[in-house]
Design a protein around this ligand. Sequence first.
Ligand SMILES: [Zn+2]
Ligand SMILES: [Zn+2]
Length: 326
Amino acid sequence: MCNVGMILGDEFKKYSFPDSPLANERLEAFQQMLEKEGIFKKGRVKIVGPVLTSDEILLLFHTKEHVDFVKKASEQGFGYLDYGDAPVCFGLRGYGETPAFKGIFEAASYLVGSTILGLDMLMRKEFDHTFNPIGGTHHARRTRSEGLCVFNDAAIAIIYAKKTYGLKRILYVDIDAHHGNGVFYDLNNDPAVYIADIHEDGRFLYPGTGFSTETGSGEAVGTKMNLPLAPKSGDKEFKEAFTKVEKFAYKIKPELIIFQCGADGLKNDPHAHLQYTEEAHRYATKKLHKISHELCDGRILALGGGGYNPDNVARAWLEVIKGLID
Ligand SMILES: [Zn+2]
Ligand SMILES: [Zn+2]
């Protein structure tokens, strides 16, 4: 039986794009589900308030130009953070675009600060495991925002873990329906960063990347693994792919696992075409939980990621929480 430090608070409501699929409804559905299931009464999930991050931490991954650009756009409150030039995917212009709004810098700063807090609490052993439900903005690139991801908290956390705690083998597991292109390509040549990413085949879904032939570059060849699945793949296909993630984990023996548990691979998500049920999240969390205790002292930092059907998000993330406290 383990405990989980979950970062949550009203500050997270600021990270909500007007007229976009990434609205607050999903977070509210998740909170209601936790109450309904009596998760808090069991006393093993403790809420910790969000915190802001610093420029110093943002600059571990992002360029100063990008950080300054977001600050300026945040003051202005209009325009696009990705310069309106996000990849055009399947003729859908603007699919990966990220509009600015007033206060977006502060909103994104809470998102990143909370992921770093989750990592620090994990490393200081204040909790067995930690979870930032609004974290996992895996599309943001070093030089720009993309796909409603202003800054890339996962990539920042990976670099922070290397610098602050001297970690040499970090495993990033991403089960979001979309490929985690920001983490993958901007850390592609870093041999300390092991990536296993299960997603819908890029020929059918934004961002159109993440093919199985891509395994890292330079001295990092072999440290990355893409596991694209055909549209309509379900729990069976997911589990088959996940056995490869398990083997990969045992082979590399990570010192830390960062788990992006996006829920947009569940059936009836409006922005993807996979057909998992919450069983996928139950299965993946159970396996990673076991691996973390066998290999890295239980160090799992979970990040919510995508998911645009609030009921699905609530059920999937409930399984993540249950899997971590069990
Ligand atoms: Zn545990
Ligand atoms: Zn996604």
